[in-house]
Write a protein that binds this ligand. Structure first.
Ligand code: GLA
Length: 400
């Protein structure tokens, strides 16, 4: 009996060892292991962006300290595309005389270059898309030294990928297939290129974005520099956290920090919310007009550390009662990030609001660090009292 038991234990141990040896190791995530950080031309320059603007953005990312804070990708959005030649090879237009030289310049600044295309025949701004030339375009990007591709649905669903009226399933299948096609083309180049899906959150992309090879996928329509729009997008991310993680991120769109007439509190709430959401941080402002205030927001190391936390767990909403919401996320070292947002326009005295420490994964008596004030608050409890201005927020890093 005893020997039978011993055999059972040994056999189990041996077979699980054999299993462990034959099971392929999960490959380590190397591409977009944390949410990609960088800058993108669209929010400020839109269709006017030129080679000179991209070089200047790269220079300013270095001199402003943004590169050293983690902003790595310099992304050219729509309107760089020219015409295809007789062999189908796409050329950049007159605003971008030499893409290879531009990539080399960006790389020489210790940065990476991003580019933009569409699975349709035309991009959103009406320029040449990649339809029918996917591999050719992927090879071209790789030959230039491109490191990031934003692939924007645009005209695809209006013509090429248009199924019979009412056949939504077919339409969605065609869209997914178009994203797979470019993913495979990128893989074939052998160059690591971050793949950013842009189709505005259609067909619950968070449920399948990673399967079609996406390293990130837009979860919403376009952002603009208006706090109502920014906060609406942020709040709509509730429930999506389980879909994102190292290598594949929900993307609530690029940052508007420093654009429009956003106030200090609004810019901080925007940045803080995106960090809680483990969102890609792609600044979208004119870096030649970067103020010390905007720079301090974009390069706040403690906020960035929350966004870039290696555990990669996006925050969940743990409390919502107009106009206040509390979001929390666990961090790799056992700390917890907790953020309270006042989405209302008025000053709110939050005396009656419980901090929800336990729901956040912390507890009464944990130490709190105010990330924007860069101040240790000592040990706090659920009755911690504070005041938030309209559109303001409090971001705490809590530790045992
Ligand atoms: C769409 C995208 C934007 C931008 C423009 C460019 O609207 O959502 O982010 O890329 O196209 O035309």
């Amino acid at each position: 009996m005893r020997s039978a038991l011993r055999c059972f234990i040994t056999c189990c141990a041996l077979s699980s060892l054999a299993l462990a040896q034959t099971k392929p190791a999960t490959p380590a995530v190397t591409l977009a292991a944390t949410p990609p950080m960088g800058w993108n031309s669209w929010n400020w320059f839109a269709g006017k962006v030129t080679d000179k603007d991209i070089r200047q953005a790269a220079d300013l990312m270095v001199s402003s300290g943004m590169r050293d804070a983690g902003y790595m990708y310099v992304n050219i959005d729509d309107t760089w595309e020219g015409q295809r030649d007789a062999n189908g090879v796409l050329h950049s237009n007159g605003k971008f005389p030499d893409m290879k030289a531009l990539a080399a310049y960006v790389h020489s600044r210790g940065l990476k270059l991003g580019i933009y295309s569409s699975p349709g025949p035309k991009t959103c701004a009406g320029y040449e898309g990649s339809y029918g030339h996917e591999q050719q375009d992927a090879d071209l990007y790789a030959s230039w030294g491109v490191d990031f591709l934003k692939y924007d649905l645009c005209s695809f669903s209006r013509n090429i990928g248009k199924a019979a009226p009412g056949d939504e399933q077919k339409q969605n299948e065609m869209m997914r297939a178009a994203y797979v096609k470019m993913h495979e083309a990128l893989l074939k180049t052998g160059r690591p290129i971050v793949y950013s899906l842009c189709q505005y959150g259609d067909d619950a992309v968070w449920q399948w974005g990673a399967q079609v090879g996406g390293n990130m996928w837009r979860t919403t329509g376009d952002i603009n520099p208006n706090f109502d729009r920014i906060s609406l997008i942020g709040r709509k991310q509730a429930g999506l956290s389980k879909y994102s993680g190292p290598g594949h991120w929900n993307d609530p769109d690029m940052l508007e920090v420093g654009n429009g007439k956003l106030s200090l509190d609004e810019n901080r709430s925007h940045m803080g919310m995106w960090a809680m959401l483990a969102a890609p941080l792609l600044a979208g402002n004119n870096l030649s007009m970067l103020t010390p205030e905007t720079n301090a927001i974009l390069t706040n190391r403690e906020i960035i550390a929350i966004d870039q936390d290696p555990l990669g767990r996006e925050a969940t909403r743990i409390f919502a009662e107009e106009p206040v919401e509390i979001w929390a996320r666990p961090l790799a070292n056992g700390d917890v990030a907790l953020a309270v947002f006042n989405f209302g326009g008025d000053v709110t005295f939050l005396r009656g609001i419980r901090m929800h420490l336990r729901e956040a994964g912390a507890a009464n008596g944990w130490k709190a660090r105010d990330v924007w004030a860069r101040k240790d608050l000592g040990r706090i409890n659920d009755k911690h009292k504070f005041t938030l201005p309209g559109h303001g927020s409090l971001v705490l890093r809590l530790s045992r």
